[in-house]
Design a protein around this ligand. Sequence first.
Ligand code: IPM
Ligand code: MG
Length: 360
Amino acid sequence: MQFQIASIKGDGIGPEIVGEAQKVLKKVGEKFHHDFQFTEILMGGASIDVYGMPLTDETIETAKHSDAVLMGSIGGDTTTSPWYQLEPKLRPEAGLLRLRKELNLFANLRPAVLYEVLADACPLKKEIAEQGFDMMIMRELTGGLYFGERRTIEENGIKKAIDTLTYDENEIRRIAVKGFEIAMKRKKKVTSVDKANVLDSSRLWRSVVADVAKDYPEVQLENMLVDNCAMQLVKDPSQFDVILTENMFGDILSDEASMVTGSIGMLASASLNDTKFGLYEPSHGSAPDIAGKNLANPIATILSAAMMLRYSFDLDQEADAIEKAVKDVLDEGFRTGDIMSEGSKQVGTKEMGSLITERI
Ligand code: IPM
Ligand code: MG
């Protein structure tokens, strides 16, 4: 079968890691007789450098007409990069937010898994790490504070900034349904995270989620306040299966969860809409400090490509093949610098990509 993939290499380490993921996909194509066609599109800093803006209308159209988007990472050093001298709506991140909105990618899936062979990298106490964990953070991605009205004004000589947090019940329902659907394929537990002791948007969130839960009697629903959740993630991460939460809380908790795994260079993500279409990217950022040095870990992007095969193309066997190849390479002791430990063999970005490709 033929699949059209719009590919956003982006900034920093983005081009290197996407290059390796494309290499792996090419091999999957050869082995399983698929034709993966890549169209390179620009977003973030790379687009600013060429077009003076982080995302153009043509780029959005190209993305919309593809079967899925595979992305590296965008953005630069916020204190030194000239991109951050521009007004906020012209900075690299504005491109990503607009793309999420234009493609209606409301469901963001961020798995945080403790890999057994990398358990030493987990910063938690040994007795906690030993329990292991495997959770899926489901973050609402096109609403809330990120997309509410915002402005900065001056009242009686005093500057004032306003951001608004809005959710309607439909926005909450559609992400909740996705969350319960995914829980059905996992350990059948949903922890819905909110700040219902303070915020109206959270109280609505909680009641809509409770309503959706009625359609999934096999799934255990638990409500948790966001501050408690931040604490529980370091205290006992094994209690979580699916964490369902709004945009801003999900941004913060997913970074925390990924750090707790000790191997953020391994974590993939998917952003989905109502159809099979999705955008796939690693959970980590563009790491400008190590860009172009063959040091970055390409595994998160390679595993994002596997998620793309699974969720957008229904190619489960092919996705399994990628995940197994990654596992084999780790079992054989190969590591990039970020997950290096004594006795392992350190390799660069390209070598890691080739090792995984060879094992497909
Ligand atoms: C993320 C990032 C983005 C976000 C930034 C780059 C706008 O932190 O994908 O988590 O806050 O959503
Ligand atoms: Mg973030």
